[in-house]
Each structure stands twice: as C-alpha cells, then as structure tokens.
Design a protein around this ligand. Structure first.
Ligand SMILES: Cc1cc2nc3c(=O)[nH]c(=O)nc-3n(C[C@H](O)[C@H](O)[C@H](O)COP(=O)(O)OP(=O)(O)OC[C@H]3O[C@@H](n4cnc5c(N)ncnc54)[C@H](O)[C@@H]3O)c2cc1C
Length: 466
C-alpha cells in the first residue's frame, strides 16, 4: 500500500500531507484505532471531545484517507443503508427519534466543519434519484411506498414529475425523480484532511504507513512490536480482510468513478444541478454523481468483486471497466459528447452479510468496531464514530440504543459470509440478473412476459441479499 493514485480527482486537488515529526508509538494507550478513514477519525474525534484525558493512537497501513474515505463520490447521506427495515419495525416514538438522528447526520457534519474550520466544499442541496423510463418510474413508486411505511413524509422524500425535474436536472430518458433534502455533496479528501488536523489538535497520535498485522489479548501486533490498549477499534471497512478476525465478516466490493474536465456555464445550463445536489438513476446497477465545486461532472457506478472478498485499490484509468463508466455517463448526458474525462479511479467498500451497518462493543476482548456501510459510509461513519465513543465510555445515550448497535456483541457474532466459491458465484448471479433487468427495461420489442420474468428473477436475487 502506498498513496491515493494520481488519477484520483480528490488527491489531485490536495495531495496527502506529510508530518515533519511523526509521533512516537506508545507501547500502552487507552484506545488504539486501526484505520485512519472516516470511521477511525470520527471515533477518535468524539472520544477526545468527550474524554480529553484518554490516550488515543490511530494506525494506518498507508496514509489517512488512502481507503474509501479519500476516494468516494462525496455523497453525505443523512441515513444508513437498509434503514427502512429497522424503521418499519420500531414503535412510532422510537421511529421519530431514530429518523431525526439519521437526518441529523448532515447538520452534525456541517457543525463540526464549522467548529474545526474544515473547508470541504460542502453543499447541502439534497439528492435526485432520477427514473429513466417507465420501469424505473414503477420502481420509484414502490420505493416511495416503502419509505412512507417506514415513516418518511413528503418533506423527506417526494416525487418530482418530468417538468419539475427538468428545472433541476436534464438527464436523458428521465420521466421524473425522487427528491430528498437529506443529503449533501462534498470533497471527500478535504474532509479527511480536515478531520486529521482536528484530531491531531486534540492530541491524538496518528501513525501513518504503520500496518497492523493482527490483534488479540488487548494488543495490536505491528511489524516491530506490539501496542497494548484498553480498547482496540478495527475501522477497516473494505480493507477488513487485512485482519483475520474481521475477514469473512465484512467483505470488499468495488466501485469506480470518473470526472470530466471543468464544464462551462453554458454546458451546465444544459445539465442543471444548480446548488450541486447529488444525483443517481434508479437502475439496479447503482450509479451516483455530483457537480464538483470546481464544476466538473463526477459520475460513478458500482461493480466488481475479487475472489475471496479481497480489497482492490489499483485501477487502470484507461482500462475497459472505467471506459464503461464513460459510456454510461454519456448515455445519461448526451450533452457531454466530446467532453474529456480527466480523472478515473476506484476503490473498495465494505459489505456485512446482513447488508446493513453495525456498531458493536465486546467488553471481554476490549474491542469496539463499526462498518458494513454498503457504499453509504460518508455520513454513516460520523454516526458510528459518535456511537463507538459512547459505547467505549459506557454512556447510555440515544445513540447506543439504536437497532444497529450490538451493545454487547463480539466480532464473532457478526454473520460470516458463505465460503468461496459460493460468494463469488452468488455475486455474479446477482449482478447478471440486475444487468439483464436494466438492459431489458423499456425495450418494447422484447415481449412483456420476458421482461416480467427477468424482473421477478432480479427481485428474487435482491431478496436473497436480506
Ligand atoms: C468508489 C467509492 C465511492 C463511494 N461513494 C460514496 C458516497 O458517495 N457516499 C457514501 O456515503 N459512501 C460512499 N462510499 C463508501 C464510503 O466511502 C465508505 O463507506 C467510507 O469511506 C468507509 O470509511 P472507513 O473509515 O470505514 O474505511 P476506509 O476509508 O476504507 O479506511 C480504512 C483504512 O484502513 C487502512 N488499513 C487497511 N489495512 C490496514 C492495516 N492492516 N493496518 C492499519 N490500517 C489499515 C487503509 O489504509 C484505510 O485508510 C464509496 C466507496 C467507494 C470505494
């Protein structure tokens, strides 16, 4: 492991900072955090704010933000992947409390950025999930039904018809969109750098280029020694396979992004996105994008799994998989024909077997951990950082009473993924069914019974994920 690639737009704007005098590693500390991404840094931040007397060390095999935190699409979502399942099961009062907590993520991050003078180009203008064609519009209607059942009101998620959408975003084939105000866009690596500076100011020792080789018996194993800690916090997400204790419980999948050269005002007039809302379509393929602060169009799409759930950080910017993102972007935005893609990169995110995030505290082994964000960890990591701090400090708060918190769990209590080659085969079966369903949607020459059968198969595959 070394550094964020040059082809990553975020690094291009702000190279990783080096420290003149790296801190010495203390053999003993109160809390040792493994991984200097958002989860590790937010946890360190809230711990030191609540208990300044604690000694906290963070270890990263590369540099802060080398992982998904420095390379993501910059959607700061006020919510968690899979939250509808939890919300639907809660009593009305608890549901209101939980919804407020989730929506409040964006304001909390904004408040910390203001307090710590973190400039990360944050724009709080919501998110547009565009329906490209009738099949996606039907999916939007079903999704809105689920959202209402989970207690989300019209002010939280609403349908914009074609003309209302056109004022905000012009995407080929879009017949409307689901809009939610509970999302912001930002520059991911600037947020990492700002958080890193904030935790250092609070007295946290961050050791970069210092891989952790294993953990157990209240110790971290490093290449040249060990560190004893009351609490150890694995915060590795897509890189969880690096530690045998987590590997197999949180597995990596890939997501890839491209960014155009800066566009002119005239080009933006043809696309929209005034105020810089996040956008996606409602295909099964999971796409995402934003208009960056320097006026580029950033476009990403999920896809990729390495046998064994291995993390992957190197991608050929000229390779086929990134070229496919370019084709997809131009299908969404024919306005961009002839526009150059200046940056292309990818990274690994973490998925837990339950397909929902978790926060846990294992008092016997002195381990606290969070992850499984399923590609929606920019906001979730803030919530989990606050939660882990409360759990380790033994505080009984609204955060520690949430359904995704295993107050007294063990790493072993996290469900294990199926052994290979089942995982690999399962991943590819699901992806193939999704891709086929997306490809056949709105193709009138394909008999409707074929489309319905493929769609039902894709639904069944999706059901298997829960
Ligand atoms: C391409 C892409 C786009 C995404 N877009 C979005 C988005 O728009 N919105 C959103 O909400 N989420 C998005 N995500 C997901 C989000 O970025 C992650 O959920 C989040 O950044 C996870 O943060 P983390 O700190 O848990 O993990 P990471 O940021 O992955 O940090 C893990 C750290 O652990 C370090 N490490 C690895 N092995 C070791 C070891 N042995 N010892 C010590 N350190 C080690 C790594 O160097 C890394 O810095 C995206 C992810 C990807 C890959």
């Amino acid at each position: 492991m070394s550094s964020l690639p040059e082809s990553c737009l975020w690094r291009h704007a702000m190279p990783p900072a080096t420290q003149d005098t790296p801190p010495a590693i203390a053999d003993d500390c109160d809390v040792a955090i493994v991984g200097a991404g958002y989860t590790g840094l937010w946890t360190a931040y809230y711990l030191k704010r609540l208990a300044p007397q604690l000694s906290v060390q963070v270890f990263d095999a590369a540099h802060a933000g080398f992982g998904a935190s420095g390379r993501n699409g910059g959607w700061l979502i006020g919510g968690l992947a899979g939250q509808e399942g939890w919300l639907t099961g809660l009593a009305p009062d608890a549901r209101e409390e939980t919804r407020a907590l989730l929506y409040g993520i964006v304001d909390e991050v904004k408040a910390v950025c203001a307090r710590e003078a973190i400039e990360c180009d944050l724009a709080h203008s919501g998110v547009l999930y565009a329906a490209r064609g009738d099949a996606q519009a039907h999916r939007a209607a079903a999704w809105l039904g689920d959202l209402r059942a989970a207690g989300h009101g019209e002010a939280d998620f609403c349908w914009l018809d074609q003309s209302a959408l056109a004022v905000r975003l012009q995407m080929a084939g879009a017949v409307g969109a689901v809009f939610s105000p509970h999302c912001a866009t930002l520059h991911p690596f600037k947020l990492v750098q700002g958080l890193l500076a904030a935790v250092r100011r609070l007295g946290v020792a961050v050791h970069e280029h210092c891989p952790v080789l294993g953990l157990g018996d209240g110790r971290l194993r490093l290449s040249d020694g060990a560190v004893r800690a009351r609490w150890i916090v694995p915060a590795l997400e897509g890189a969880s396979g690096a530690l045998p204790e987590l590997g197999g419980r949180v597995q990596a999948a890939q997501s890839l992004i491209i960014a155009t050269e800066p566009l002119s005002d005239a080009q933006w007039d043809e696309i929209g996105l005034a105020g810089r809302p996040a956008f996606a379509d409602l295909s099964r393929g999971i796409t995402y994008g934003q208009r960056t602060a320097d006026n580029r169009l950033l476009f990403g799409a999920r896809g990729g799994y390495c046998f064994g759930g291995r993390a992957r950080w190197d991608f050929d910017p000229q390779g086929e998989e990134l070229a496919k993102r370019g084709e997809l972007m131009r299908a969404f935005f024919p306005q961009l024909a002839g526009v150059r893609v200046s940056h292309a990169w990818g990274g690994s995110l973490g998925i837990a077997r339950a397909f929902t995030p978790f926060a846990l505290r294992d008092c016997v082994r002195g381990i606290a951990s969070a992850g499984g964000f399923g590609g929606e960890g920019v906001g979730a990591s803030n919530l989990m950082g606050r939660t882990l701090a409360d759990l380790m400090l033994g505080r009984d708060t609204i955060l520690t009473r949430q359904p995704w918190v295993r107050g007294e769990g063990t790493l072993a209590s996290l469900r294990h993924w199926e052994p290979e080659p089942l995982r690999y085969l399962g991943y590819h079966a699901i992806r193939t069914s999704f891709a086929l369903d997306d490809a056949l949607a709105d193709r009138p020459h394909v008999p409707s019974w074929v489309r319905c059968t493929v769609s039902a198969a894709a639904d069944a595959m999706e059901g298997l994920m829960h």
